[in-house]
Design a binder for this molecule. Structure first.
Ligand SMILES: *Cc1c(COP(=O)(O)O)cnc(C)c1O
Length: 365
């Protein structure tokens, strides 16, 4: 039995009829960009998260860079972010000309809140929190630090749709929560999509202006904006998926629970969930010192895995200009060398999970 690290087709067939009906409805409507479906999705997603406003965008990266743009953060400013994130988090900062200042992660793969204050300078304007792998970060402490130092707080929720800290949903703790609806995300579209959520009416209004060439009124342009509009087809299909997101999340929690209770191998370090936080298990990430051997061993058994992420942003060729050398962030770099995401997707059968568990438990290094 071949097991892939992710199976997007399963998520489609789960609600096939609803997706197909909605797609036809949109195609037949004659209106394809920023219309009724987008408006309805924005209302429903805001309600789901508990935020006052949601603005649909073209991608998660756009949500990030437009967030900093709208907050007026750019050249000469510093933004604090964890070292072990997907490169898009960092690009959202640097597209605006701002400088990322990296902080090491804690044992939950999120930013180590105790290491933020030592990185604050007079140039620091914001903290970008990434709820990596689906687990909410330590938001009480982080929000307090931001308040004390008058910093903006932006959340990268591309992997954490629905994850909570002390009962409050990720994306609602700071000024702006940024989401991606890339097909492999927990709330995935059938193409690219993104959104921001906020409680600030002005931020929501500015975001609507920026996403449409800087115009509020057609052909009257206030600022140099972007073309970052969510289309009707994606918004409609996202509405279908959003209506089932609670059930989809439960299934992921169940799969993760089975892994955690049945995986037993001293060579593997399993993921932990922080007290007060929940994880929506975007990935189930283990660590192994003999990772290359483990990948080869699983490959031979037709079990696919992915490394999230093999090269931390500070060592990426794209950011050679920042001048970091290997050793600059030892924990981040150690994670990059040892993390491995094992198969995790909606619609994963019990038989598939048991096959993965058995193989991992029999790995002898
Ligand atoms: C996917 C992802 C993004 C970017 O989202 P896109 O829609 O692909 O642009 C940003 N941050 C994180 C943590 C992600 O996982």
């Amino acid at each position: 039995m071949k097991i892939m690290p992710n199976r997007l087709d399963r998520g489609f067939y789960m609600f096939q009829q609803e997706f197909e009906d909605k797609a036809l409805e949109v195609l037949r409507s004659g209106w394809y960009v920023l219309g009724r479906e987008v408006e309805a999705f924005e209302k429903e997603f805001a309600a789901y998260t508990g935020a006052n406003y949601c603005v649909g965008l073209a991608s998660g990266l756009d949500a990030l860079w437009l967030a900093f743009r709208v907050l007026g953060i750019g050249s000469g400013d510093e933004v604090i972010v964890q070292g072990n994130t997907y490169i898009a988090s960092v690009m959202g900062i640097t597209i605006n000309g701002a400088t990322p200042v990296f902080v090491e992660p804690d044992e939950y793969y999120n930013i180590d809140a105790e290491k933020i204050e030592e990185k604050i300078t007079e140039r620091t304007k914001a903290v970008l929190v990434v709820h990596l792998y689906g687990q909410a970060s330590r938001m009480d402490r982080i929000a307090k630090i931001c308040k004390k130092h008058h910093l903006r707080l932006v959340e990268d929720c591309a992997q954490s749709h629905g994850a909570c800290f002390q009962g409050q949903m990720t994306g609602t703790f700071g000024d702006i929560g940024c989401f991606s609806f890339y097909p492999s995300k927990n709330l995935g579209a059938f193409g690219d999509g993104g959104a921001i959520i906020t409680n600030d009416e002005n931020i929501a209004r500015d975001m609507r202006i920026y996403r449409n060439y800087g115009s509020e009124k057609r052909y009257y342009n206030k600022v140099v904006g972007a073309n970052s509009r969510l289309d009707e087809l994606q918004a409609g299909l996202l509405r279908v998926r959003l209506s089932h997101l609670g059930q989809l999340e439960k299934e992921r929690v169940q799969i993760a629970g089975r892994y955690t209770s049945k995986l037993r191998n001293p060579l593997l370090i399993l993921p932990q969930v922080r007290e007060g936080a929940t994880s929506v298990w975007h990935q189930y990430v283990i660590r192994c010192e003999a990772r290359e051997d483990l990948i080869r061993y699983l490959d031979e058994r037709e079990i696919g895995t992915i490394i999230h992420y093999p090269i931390p942003p500070h060592l990426s060729e794209a950011y050679a200009g920042l001048g970091y050398r290997e050793g600059a962030f030892p924990i981040t770099e150690h994670y990059a060398k040892t993390v491995l995401s094992i198969p995790m997707y909606n619609g994963m059968t019990e038989e598939e999970q048991e096959t993965v568990i058995q193989a991992l438990n029999q790995f002898a290094g």
